[in-house]
Design a protein around this ligand. Structure first.
Ligand code: GLA
Length: 368
């Protein structure tokens, strides 16, 4: 059986900006999902996952939509991708899919996008080799939004497919959606050379994008853009914010406007070849904005960020949708900061987080 791999991601900066037509700067992780796949000729999809031993799902390609509500929720991500290929008019004659993932679930590291992207690239090679990377991003996202029913933006799938090793990827979501050629830029992000490490602390408190808080934030952003008479908050400026009478919408919009500016500031710093340590304070400002203006942080995330900063991190912030999941910290001494975070969690009685270092890895590709 041939195999394909798609990574999870961590976003360096640009949180809750993607669905506001804004900017993001993710890296792909070496934590990934592998999808083994082989075509069949009998119209059946046979799906298995190493994380679901004994739970094989079999469904006819033509029955996917009718069977959707009866499928276990984990299976809706990969099968949603098959359904997207069918909707796109690609002739899927049947396929065996075997998944094996190591991206922690609910950690804010895009395990579900990694699943969708691994299946997408496998099906592309088997049934629709003409598909561009851009189309693959759209298919993976449509599967997650539609069949799986999780209202994500473009960040996770674009990172999993388009990121390259050794780089952070600057993505202008509006330009990407408008099919502009210069929508992405690979920016060298060589932490090792700078004597730096990026650590992730997964607080173990799972986040869930389908539980309402995420969709509520999206709706608030849309309401703020409408009130300002703008197509999206991407177009808002700091000067315009006082025009928002509702203080809640003003805070939400303030986060998006300031976060987009922070992405551009970090991109400028990295492009210029300046010491990447200097982006640290921008990361920490992002955390404060997510905590106070966007209100998507959680006590465990705040604790991990404070502990990392107290231990000498140059910057730290929560990542992903929020309400749980992980933080990142930019540090000189990974072990020292990791130990400090562990200690702080132990003394406050929270379950121990999982702390590890990450480096910018390659996007989705075929194995061997
Ligand atoms: C989740 C979503 C992304 C993005 C982030 C917040 O990860 O899947 O599309 O909105 O939250 O930046």
């Amino acid at each position: 059986m041939e195999k394909w791999i798609a990574p999870g991601r961590v976003n360096i900066i640009g949180e809750h900006t993607d669905y506001n037509d804004g900017f993001v700067l993710p890296i792909a992780l070496s934590l990934a999902v592998v999808c083994g796949a082989e075509p069949r000729g009998d119209g059946l999809v046979r799906l298995a996952s190493a994380q679901r031993p004994g739970e094989v799902v079999e469904v006819r390609v033509t029955d996917l939509v009718a069977q959707r509500d009866r499928l276990p929720s984990w299976a809706r991500y990969p099968l949603g991708v098959v359904d997207e290929f069918v909707r796109g008019g690609h002739r899927v004659t049947g396929v065996n899919l075997e998944l094996d993932g190591e991206v922690p679930i609910g950690a804010g590291l895009s395990s579900s996008a990694a699943v969708c992207c691994a299946v997408t690239i496998a099906l592309r090679d088997l049934f629709a080799p003409e598909l561009t990377d851009r189309r693959m991003v759209e298919i993976a996202r449509a599967a997650e939004n539609g069949f799986a029913g999780v209202p994500t933006g473009l960040l996770d799938q674009s990172a999993s497919i388009l990121c390259t090793a050794g780089h952070a990827m600057f993505l202008d979501v509006r330009a990407f959606t408008a099919m502009k050629p210069a929508a992405t830029e690979q920016i060298p992000f060589d932490l090792d050379a700078a004597g730096l490490a990026l650590i992730v602390a997964d607080t173990g408190r799972p986040h869930d994008l389908s539980d309402g808080g995420y969709a509520e934030r999206r709706a608030q952003c849309e309401a703020a853009a409408d009130a300002l008479n703008l197509p999206a908050l991407r177009d808002a400026t700091t000067e315009e914010l006082p025009r928002l009478r509702d203080p809640l919408l003003r805070r939400r919009a303030a986060h998006v406007v300031s976060e987009n500016a922070r992405v551009l500031a970090v991109v400028d710093t990295l492009r210029s070849g300046a010491d990447p340590r200097t982006i640290g304070e921008v990361l920490t400002a992002s955390h404060r904005s997510l905590r106070d203006d966007f209100e998507v942080s959680a006590p465990t995330l705040d604790l991990a960020v404070t502990a990392a900063l107290d231990a000498g991190a140059h910057g730290a912030r929560m990542v992903g949708g929020g309400f749980g999941g992980s933080i990142i910290a930019l540090v000189d001494h990974a072990d020292h900061v990791a130990e400090h975070i562990m200690k702080r969690f132990a003394t406050t009685g929270f379950a121990p987080p999982r702390v590890f270092t990450v480096e910018p890895a390659a996007g989705a590709h075929k194995l061997n």
